[in-house]
Design a protein around this ligand. Structure first.
Ligand SMILES: [Zn+2]
Length: 71
């Protein structure tokens, strides 16, 4: 059995406490921003699931990155 030192865990928690929050706000901004469909130019283009983007106008589906489209 390995004993985990609570002190080292606490250290990790503090280290990772700030970065994800910063990343989240950036992601949130990305998700909120409007995107244009590369096929028809419609702004009804958005993320329907993690990594999947779709255009509601022409039904184009793109498997992109989790939070942003690589065009
Ligand atoms: Zn489209």
């Amino acid at each position: 059995m390995t004993k985990i030192k609570s002190s080292s865990l606490k250290g990790l928690g503090q280290k990772y406490g700030l970065k994800p929050r910063k990343k989240y706000t950036a992601v949130h901004r990305l998700l909120k921003s409007k995107r244009k469909c590369p096929e028809c130019g419609s702004e009804r283009f958005g993320r329907i699931a993690v990594g999947i983007w779709t255009c509601k106008k022409c039904n184009l589906k793109i498997a992109g990155m989790a939070y942003d489209v690589k065009l």
